[in-house]
Design a protein around this ligand. Structure first.
Ligand SMILES: [Zn+2]
Length: 308
């Protein structure tokens, strides 16, 4: 796994804090220059009061930067260090299970949810909802969306995190008998546009047991006492010495999970704010290879770890 850091270093004033004195500004600016010199990237210095670097976490340069910044953590603004992970093809091709999802969110929500009474759980809503926290409980009819916003993509999320797939993708899955899914037709919001390419909503029917915790960790958990739903995030805020950074924690399952998994599965856990809480989708290696082989685009996968 390759880890890449996006690091923002700035000597500007902080939002919500008193303005720096001239002396503080001069000192911080000088210190930023000095740090860049030590890390061998002084050419990045500019007069804009801040700069952004993209650097591999395993590199010597990142080691120097993060060590120097421990002495002046205030030079990294809140949210100024973000680390993302990328996985090699061999790692992706050897994972038995992978977190899967579309890489775009082009489809607006259901027409009646968006424009009438859907988010309040009214009679035209696509889903029944908890009247206290607003979370979706059960889908009560086909989704009605503007199909044209798919714009030829193979797959997309709606704003409410429902997965929509093209006719081509749906047929591929059916031909290969992929398990754990139903494909629900998606309706177009205006009859005038009949003849648009057909779209389907991916309805995953198999739910996995809970993730292995630890090593998987969560944060920001919210619970609704009325409907009983809990939703949160994979832990993504950490401390590197005195500097806070963001990086998604990896997902672990007990190895025996493969005995009950289908080609498509939902996590038992819900993610996001309660109003848009949704499980993640976990697929088998078979799905990963099938999509690659048929050059299906607009999705991404991340390996899941299986713990003994
Ligand atoms: Zn609720």
């Amino acid at each position: 796994m390759k880890r890449t850091a996006r690091l923002w270093i700035s000597w500007a004033d902080r939002f919500g804090q008193p303005p720096k004195t001239i002396e503080q500004l001069t000192r911080d600016k000088q210190r930023v220059k000095e740090i860049l010199v030590r890390a061998g990237c002084e050419h990045l210095f500019n007069e804009e009061r801040g700069l952004e670097l993209e650097v591999e976490v395993d590199s010597e340069q990142f080691g120097i930067l993060i060590q120097e910044l421990q002495r002046d953590p205030h030079l990294v603004p809140p949210g100024g260090l973000y680390i993302w992970q990328s996985h090699s093809r061999p790692a992706l091709e050897s994972a038995e299970l992978l977190i899967w999802g579309p890489t775009n969110q082009m489809i607006e929500d259901d027409y009646y949810d968006l424009r009438v009474d859907g988010y309040q759980g009214g009679p035209r809503s696509s889903n029944s909802r908890c009247l206290s926290c607003g979370t979706r409980l059960e889908q009560t009819r086909d989704l009605i969306v503007n199909k044209r916003s798919m714009r030829g993509k193979d797959t997309s999320l709606t704003y409410g995190y429902q997965v929509i797939v093209s006719d081509q993708m749906a047929r591929l899955w059916q031909e290969h008998g992929l398990t754990g899914i139903e494909l629900r037709p998606v309706q177009h919001y205006r009859k005038a546009y009949q003849g648009e390419p057909a779209l389907y909503q991916l309805v995953v029917t198999n739910t996995l047991p809970p993730m292995a915790t630890p090593p998987t960790e969560f944060e920001g958990l919210r619970h609704c006492d009325v409907c009983g739903r809990t939703s949160g995030y994979l832990k993504h805020t950490h401390l590197w010495g005195k500097i806070e950074y963001r990086e998604d924690t990896e997902a672990y399952y007990p190895r025996r999970v493969v005995e009950t998994s289908k080609d498509f599965n939902l996590t038992a856990e819900y993610f996001g704010e309660l109003r848009v809480a949704h499980p993640m989708i976990i697929v088998t290696q078979r799905v990963y290879r099938l999509l690659r082989k048929h050059k299906i685009k607009h999705w991404a996968a991340v390996p899941v770890h299986l713990a003994e």
